[in-house]
Design a binder for this molecule. Structure first.
Ligand code: NDP
Ligand code: MG
Length: 405
């Protein structure tokens, strides 16, 4: 048994070369925190950010990256100046981001937020590069186009989202036909106990206070609306190749059990740990091995109680909306994702109320159905067209007062 396990781990002979897309964000910073502690094991090729040029330059110096790229073409001069004398290559603009994603490395950490992450992640996947996938919008927006592109090129997708990392860690591919359910846990977010009246009045400051996780703004709002859990069900559908009715959500306020896989023989396997993204990131970075991460060890005797609740679909209709879009197939989840990105931005700008997020996404999907705009995703342009449509209709609906306060 011991020998079998040992044989399944590839020894690391040379440092793993790594590119981080979205290095200046929450997942990106956690990734570099891990890498910075183990620079003998990892070599950083490209770091990609957007507006936070000073942080990008600081990161590039700290890990001695070969190249630093900002998606913002106007920020080139500032990045160049911040890295002068270091020998680190500098580039800027969307094409430079794609080129950075295509550089030959062992693993690309895909942690740009939103649909903006799709084109560079696809570019990396087309080269057959292993992807550590944090950007869930890639799967939600790109759907089967993304997964088939990666599969054709032989690119492995290693889930970084904590729930999917949990499933990945406990799902035995040899027993795939014996899975009865994949159960994603949800903290319930900051509004778990809110009444409908409180939800109606909730503002961005409250929504940005997640009880367990420290994350970027967009996913934090998605966690409050539970849209995040809906996006994660779509993500799980594409990653684990199960039927929609095998996907479930369980509210677990402590965020200690990160997800569960239920087998037909009555066994349910789960992965547990403190809510710290450095654990799933470390798992993807080290896969198929494991590395040490500076994460507090789980002490269940100190936590005392783990509790569970069913999801209240009435107060949080986003999960059902995501499942309906997934069942509709093709570009429905692309449109949903695009509308949600607009809805989150509008909520953060206080132009729509909190329940308006899900209402707006639902309104855009209804309109897409009525306009006969939902189609299969056979090319990247289909994805971009559906994404642009979803954004345009969402903006139009907001302008028409569709879900104003
Ligand atoms: P953040 O908002 O913290 O960071 C986003 C990153 O994307 C930043 O580096 C930002 O650059 C960069 N970025 C934004 N727009 C562009 C663009 N157009 N081109 C290139 N880079 C861009 O997000 P998170 O780290 O929270 O999330 C990243 C992804 O991971 C999301 O898809 C999220 O759903 C997913 N995820 C995150 C988790 C978390 O704990 N944070 C957990 C599970 C999944 P800059 O800051 O320089 O502008
Ligand atoms: Mg998650």
């Amino acid at each position: 048994m011991v020998a079998l396990i040992a044989e399944s781990f590839e020894p690391l002979v040379a440092p793993k070369r790594l590119t981080v897309l979205g290095s200046t964000g929450s997942v990106g910073c956690s990734t570099l925190d891990l890498i910075g502690r183990d620079l003998d094991r990892y070599e950083v090729d490209a770091l990609v950010g957007n507006s936070n040029v000073l942080r990008l330059a600081e990161q590039a110096r700290a890990v001695n990256a070969r190249c630093a790229v900002t998606a913002d073409a106007k920020a080139y001069t500032a990045l160049k100046a911040a890295l002068s004398g270091t020998g680190i290559e500098v580039a800027a603009g969307p094409d430079a981001v794609i080129e950075a994603a295509q550089r030959p490395v062992d693993i690309v950490m895909a942690s740009i937020v939103g649909a903006a992450g799709l084109a560079p992640t696809i570019a990396a996947a087309r080269n057959g590069t292993t992807i550590g996938l944090a950007n869930k919008e890639c799967l939600v927006s790109g759907g089967t186009f993304f997964t088939s592109t990666a599969a054709r090129a032989g690119a492995k997708i290693l889930p970084v989202d904590s729930e999917h990392s949990a499933v990945f860690q406990v799902l035995n591919p040899d027993h795939r036909d014996q899975i009865s359910r994949i159960i994603l846990t949800a903290s319930g977010g900051p509004f778990r106990t809110f009444s409908q009246a409180q939800l109606d009045a909730a503002g961005p400051e409250q929504a940005l206070k997640h009880p367990n996780w420290s994350m970027g703004q967009k996913i934090t709002i998605d966690s409050a609306s539970l849209m995040n859990k809906g996006l994660e069900l779509i993500e799980a559908f594409h990653l684990f190749d199960v039927d929609i009715d095998q996907l479930d959500v369980l509210v677990h306020p402590q965020s200690i059990i990160h997800s569960l896989v239920e087998y037909r023989d009555g066994s349910t396997l789960a992965q547990l740990g403190m809510p710290d993204m450095r654990t799933p990131i470390a798992y993807a970075l080290a896969w198929p091995g494991r590395i040490e991460a500076p994460v507090a060890q789980l002490r269940l005797e100190q936590i005392g109680q783990l509790t569970f609740e069913a999801l209240d679909e009435k107060r949080f209709p986003a999960v059902a909306l995501c499942l309906a879009a997934l069942a509709r197939g093709g570009s429905a989840t692309t449109v949903l994702n695009a509308a949600n990105e607009i809805a989150v931005a509008e909520f953060l700008s206080k132009r729509i109320p909190f329940p308006g997020i899900t209402a707006l996404v639902s309104g855009v999907l209804d309109r897409a159905e009525g306009d006969d705009m939902l189609c299969p995703l056979t090319a990247l342009d289909d994805v971009f067209a559906a994404d642009a449509y979803g954004r345009r209709i969402a903006a139009e609906l907001v302008a028409s007062g569709f879900c104003s306060r």
